[in-house]
Structures are given as C-alpha cells and as structure tokens.
Design a protein. Structure first.
Length: 136
C-alpha cells in the first residue's frame, strides 16, 4: 500500500532543500551568516510559506538575521522559481524558530519539578525510621 503524501508536504520538503542550498551559496549578506533552516510550513493554497530558522551562533542577534533574510526574500523567491519549476512559488515569510528555546525551558521546569518532588518524598535524615509492627 503506497504512503499518502499531500502536495503541500512535498512542496515544503522541496522548498526546504532548495532554501538550505540557496542561503548557503547565493545569499551574500554578512548579517545572515550560517543559519539552520529548521522547518517550512506552506499554506493550503500554496501561496505563502513560513520559513523557520536558527542562527548557528547563539550569540548572533536573531533580529538582524531576520531583517537580512526578509530583505533577501525577493531574490530567494526568484531563485526558487528557477529551481522548483512550479507555476506559483509561495511568498516567503521568515520567522525565528523559538521552539528549541521553549523546549529547553520546559525541560528545565520538568527537571526542577521532579527534583522538588523527590526531595519532598525522601524521608528526613534526622528522623529514625519507625519499625513495622508485627500483625496480630
């Protein structure tokens, strides 16, 4: 039985692969620098695509990278049209991917909650354990 792939999913994958190559090879703006394109989400009608990115260097200002990518969006759109050979190439909208930061915050909150639960559940060292009484 063949797997079902929706057209939008295939387009997302094609755009993702093409953008990774184009940003690395064609974008000359030094504000962009090395980035990771984490995901591409295409609208149902294929008119818009959200492109999520992360700078390789965590010290790099994401706002400056975002501004540079937005200024290069027209150029990247034209290059995508050449690479994808689609009748209509989605308009690109770049967004900083905050999912990794959110996941790290959630993970630290969960770890802190587990540690506090374990601290409350552990018996105090000052109190001697009460021996079990034999059942009559």
């Amino acid at each position: 039985m063949p797997r079902e792939f929706h057209r939008s999913r295939r387009v997302e994958e094609q755009i993702h692969r093409a953008l990774v190559d184009l940003v690395r090879r064609e974008v000359r703006d030094p504000r962009v620098g090395p980035i990771t394109i984490t995901a591409v989400e295409v609208s149902r009608d294929l008119s818009h695509a959200k492109v999520f990115f992360l700078p390789f260097d965590p010290a790099r200002d994401p706002a400056a990278v975002l501004e540079a990518l937005r200024s290069a969006a027209g150029f990247l759109h034209i290059q995508l049209r050449k690479h994808l050979k689609m009748r209509q190439v989605p308009e690109l909208r770049f967004e900083f991917d905050e999912s990794i930061d959110k996941a790290a915050r959630l993970s630290s909150l969960i770890s802190a909650a587990v540690a506090s639960d374990q601290a409350r559940a552990a018996p105090d060292e000052d109190e001697a354990p009460v021996p079990d009484e034999p059942a009559p």
